[in-house]
Design a protein around this ligand. Structure first.
Ligand code: OXW
Length: 181
């Protein structure tokens, strides 16, 4: 089997040996997202590939990594690790990398898809809205603006009715002293 046909290399994802059963989830702001099983834990994860083509995409990729790394909250998609190609750890100077992989927790679905299935019972909508506001309050208190909040970036586990905000590809860190004229 040629390298590009091996499951680990699906869609140009070169992640090294730990990840199996790669399946496409969709395309986010910064690129393709697959789900995979991490064999070390048996857990399904979402892996986002950030291609670093030029100085602008390198700057954006590293900003997303910096922002997602500082946000730890029940209502924000958790980043497990950030990897360089071949599943290597991030080097001290990541500006020279061709790609970055953000490995994060995998949720069951997103709010856009959930709403396609019909209206939510009021109690469910209230519980989800509460978690959305709680996640946003946390994000804003960390001086981060998401800047692309929409149903497709709001992830849900339906069994516990758990909501987490994701895709920080367009997010910015704000200066709290800046006047917002
Ligand atoms: C899940 C954690 N998705 C993304 C991002 C961008 C994407 C796709 C997934 C389960 C489908 C139908 N719609 C997505 C980003 N869990 C994630 C994640 N991410 N972290 N990022 N889906 C997504 C999940 N199903 N779970 C549902 C596409 C149309 F394009 N960032």
């Amino acid at each position: 089997m040629a390298r590009q046909d091996t499951p680990l290399f699906l869609h140009g994802f070169d992640l090294g040996g730990h990840f199996v059963d790669l399946q496409p989830l969709g395309t986010g702001v910064t690129g393709l997202v697959l789900s995979a099983v991490d064999q070390r834990t048996g857990q399904r994860v979402a892996v986002k590939k950030l291609v670093m083509r030029d100085t602008v995409s390198v700057k954006h990729g590293l900003r997303e990594v910096k922002i997602t790394h500082r946000l730890h909250h029940e209502n924000v998609v958790r980043v497990h690790e950030v990897l360089a190609p071949y599943g290597r750890p991030l080097p001290r100077d990541p500006t020279l990398l061709s790609a970055l992989y953000i490995v994060q927790e995998c949720m069951e679905t997103d709010l856009a898809r959930l709403l396609e299935q019909g209206p939510l019972p009021t109690g469910h909508a209230t519980l989800l809205f509460y978690q959305l506001l709680r996640g946003l309050k946390f994000i804003h208190s960390a001086n981060v603006l998401h800047r692309d909040l929409k149903p497709a970036n709001i992830f849900i586990n339906t069994d516990q009715l758990l909501l987490k905000i994701g895709d920080f590809g367009l997010a910015r860190i704000v200066d709290p002293h800046y006047s917002h004229k």
